[in-house]
Ligand binder design. Structure first.
Ligand code: OGA
Ligand code: NI
Length: 331
């Protein structure tokens, strides 16, 4: 039985915006080819906001280990799983089961959305007792994913004509990066429900490991048409988040994406989200601005933005999520 709350409004359903017969594909970039990698990444960030990487240095085994241990975890009885529930750490929805794991823990984030309030709330990972190597598997994978995230960040920086380490200061203290492990159970009505509704990621860049089932779709920048992301064995799907979009003053694109459910197969995905420190003020980079390219966004404190967004996500508030467009300069 499908919970009414997961039935998508007709205009958001996967079948309402049909996919072209021969969908275009996002670029698959081989990171071992030093030659063209910077311009390929730059083009992909501008045209699609998405690309896949192969030969990326995250060992297959590390990823497999997470997939295997997490399958065991998700199959445990609910009373076991609930033990690792932090206030906002595990979400149980009809279309998706999610476990969130902070990269650096304990992790601090603003305790409220009030701009005047400087209080911080500390979030801890609660690790399950079983499977016993769950924690180690997660930490190993997160370490590799973070390393790749910074390597991609450097390549992105170079693709903008900026110094390789231009973004590094934004991650110096209290970085809020985390990863999620998603299990999408089979759903009888892929026409009515989505695993994840259309959204943009609120981070800097996301690195997604998806299994062979498929279901991720993205909206093309030029016309909003939806395209499936073909699962490529051992590749990681990379996408630009809101921060990078703002830093580049919309040169690089944070694409809307969603997940279509499968009626017979369950699907796993592991996205790693690279987030700056909570106290970073995100605003277009001076070096990229000019009289012809004035700032399109007002600055905003990253932690406050993140907390307001996350709250409304988790609590399913009726109010509209805060969106990056709320910080657009009205012209
Ligand atoms: C997300 C997301 C896609 C997927 O968690 O933000 O877009 O394939 N996930 O699970
Ligand atoms: Ni996403």
């Amino acid at each position: 039985d499908l919970d009414q709350t997961f039935i998508q409004a007709p205009e958001h359903r996967a079948d309402s915006n049909s996919i072209p017969n021969q969908p275009e594909e996002i670029p698959v970039i081989d990171l071992s080819h030093i030659q063209n990698v910077i311009s390929e990444i730059g083009d992909a960030c501008e045209t699609w906001g998405f690309f896949q990487v192969i030969n990326h240095g995250v060992p297959c085994d590390a990823r497999k280990r997470v997939e295997e241990t997490v399958k065991i975890f998700f199959d445990l009885p609910m009373e076991e799983k609930i033990k690792v529930k932090r206030d906002e750490g595990i979400m149980m929805e009809n279309t998706r089961r999610t476990l969130e794991i902070e990269k650096k823990y304990p992790m601090a984030m603003p305790s409220s959305t009030d701009p005047e309030d400087e209080g911080l709330r500390v979030v801890y990972n609660k690790w399950p007792q079983f499977p016993s190597d769950f924690r180690e598997a997660c930490q190993e994978y997160a370490g590799h994913a973070e390393k790749l995230a910074f390597r991609l960040l450097e390549l992105i920086s170079l693709s903008l004509g900026l110094p390789k380490e231009r973004f590094h200061d934004y991650f110096k203290e209290q970085m809020m990066s985390f990863f999620r492990i998603n299990r999408y159970p089979p759903c009888p009505r892929p026409d009515l429900a989505l695993g994840v509704g259309h959204h943009k990621d609120a981070d800097v860049i996301s690195l997604l490991a998806q299994d062979e089932v498929g279901g991720l779709q993205i909206s093309r920048r030029s016309d909003g048409v939806w395209f499936p992301i073909r699962p490529v064995p051992n590749a990681l799907v990379i996408n630009i988040g809101n921060c990078m979009e703002v830093w580049t003053n919309d040169k690089y694109w944070s694409a809307e994406h969603r997940v279509v459910v499968n009626s017979t197969r369950e699907r796993y995905s592991i996205p790693f989200f690279l987030l700056p420190s909570h106290n970073v003020e995100v605003k277009p980079l001076e070096e990229l601005l000019s009289p012809e390219n004035p700032p399109r966004y007002k600055g905003y404190k990253y932690g406050k933005f993140y907390v307001s967004r996350n709250r409304s996500d988790f609590k399913k508030l009726e109010i509209q999520n805060i969106q990056i467009d709320d910080f657009k300069v009205v012209t």
